[in-house]
Ligand binder design. Structure first.
Ligand code: TRH
Length: 386
């Protein structure tokens, strides 16, 4: 099959390693580049079934389809669609490009700007490595594009109208009520506390549930179907696989609500509507920050506990201008959650609850600080122009 794109198009290649983070990030970036910069974007994805969880309109059997202005192509190896180089090629998270693509790059009279989009980290070394070229065997440079939190990094993905849209959503309580009704959630009153959890398996979540079940105020835990639910097997009346979206389970003061996975916009709205969010990986972690609500970050586990170094680096930045006692408690809470320290996580939750207003005020202010001068897509377009 012939690939019909203008030579000015951008290609983004994504391998779905596990979970939804790689496709979550690339899909978000592709949509933003298409909407805000009117770029022709081809998003090549190896696993359309996984992608379908966060884009329910997707038809996994199709080799090619367009959603939200982005052309989505099934990446088979070898490709069954000809690859014609455009003006930019992004390999996401150092995925191995197909041999045909590499050959086409070497043969091109004017090869595209070739970038490796890396994982997000708040560590100091990111500034020094962002934008560095690496000379490739075909005689072309590949540039490392590193997202990050400071001006010398590649920035963070955030659509230009996102914060204003969020403000408008949060200003009207009807929006949240309507969202909850659409999700089939019942029994939620305006004075109840609502928490969402999209984590990996952890006993820290079951420890928190135990605590919340004894709370003085009614609590609701909203769990999109998936790995968080597996952490709560001890409390579930049946295996997590058998629980369907819409089910709810009462545990004292706590109600667990099982949600369907929605598209990314639906998930953003969920984060905006909860009082507190537990998020994970990379993309939901960033979206929880844009939600301007307090959160716990369950970071993706790495060898030799390297993820804890990344967690500490982020927490240092996030807490920079937070009152020291609030910062310390919030940092310890995140560490306890990530290290599955059940007693500590309960104690620290109770402690941070007494500092809730400071944490909420900080969460509101943080997105403006974190974005600095420009979001990732804007910086990326400027980088390519240079
Ligand atoms: O799924 P993740 O655990 O992905 C991880 C991380 O990105 C990690 O860094 C990477 O190395 C690993 O994958 C391979 O978490 P993450 O990054 O939050 O991605 C989840 C995506 O799913 C995000 O784009 C939000 C989206 N989502 C929805 O669109 N709808 C939903 O209902 C939910 C719960 C999530």
């Amino acid at each position: 099959m012939q690939q019909q794109s203008s030579p000015a198009h951008w290609d983004i290649f994504c391998v779905v390693v596990d979970n939804y983070g790689d496709i979550g990030v690339t899909w978000r970036l592709a949509k933003q580049l298409a909407h805000e910069y009117q770029l022709t974007i081809n998003l090549w994805v190896d696993d359309l079934r996984s992608f379908g969880h966060i884009l329910p309109q997707l038809t996994p059997e199709l080799a090619e389809q367009t959603h939200e202005g982005v052309r989505i192509l099934k990446w088979n190896d070898p490709l069954d669609i000809d690859y014609i180089p455009g003006s930019v090629l992004i390999e996401a998270f150092a995925c191995e490009l197909p041999a045909q693509v590499k050959q086409a790059l070497t043969a091109a009279a004017r090869p595209p700007v070739w970038l490796n989009l890396e994982y997000l980290s708040a560590e100091d070394w990111v500034e020094g490595c962002h934008g560095l070229p690496s000379f490739q065997p075909g005689g072309i440079n590949k540039y490392f594009y590193l997202p990050g939190f400071t001006e010398k990094t590649g920035g963070l993905i955030c659509e230009q109208d996102l914060l204003a849209t969020r403000d408008a959503w949060q200003a009207n309580p009807q929006n949240r009520a309507r969202l909850f009704a659409d999700l089939g959630l019942t029994g939620i009153e305006p004075d109840h506390r609502i928490i969402s959890a999209f984590s990996y398996e952890t006993t820290a979540l079951s420890a928190l549930c135990e605590l919340w079940s004894k709370a003085a105020q009614p609590m609701h835990l909203l769990l999109p179907k998936g790995r968080s639910l597996n952490s709560l097997t001890q409390w579930l009346p049946e295996s997590p696989d058998k629980l369907t979206p819409g089910s709810h389970i009462q545990l004292g003061a706590l109600t667990l609500h099982i949600l369907p996975m929605t598209d990314q916009q639906g998930y953003d709205r969920l984060l905006w509507s909860c009082d507190f969010n537990i998020v994970r990986g990379e993309d939901s972690f960033v979206r929880a920050q844009w939600a301007a609500r307090p959160f716990i970050w369950h970071i993706y586990q790495q060898e030799d506990d390297y993820h804890l170094v990344k967690l500490e680096a982020f927490m240092r930045l996030y807490c920079d201008n937070l009152a020291p006692e609030v910062a310390l408690c919030w940092q310890q809470l995140n560490l306890a959650f990530n290290c599955q320290q059940q007693i500590d996580v309960q104690r620290l939750w109770l402690q941070i609850d007494t500092m809730r207003s400071e944490l909420e005020a900080h969460a509101k202010h943080w997105p403006v600080d974190a974005l600095k001068t420009a979001d990732l897509a804007t910086r990326l377009v400027q980088f390519v122009k240079k």
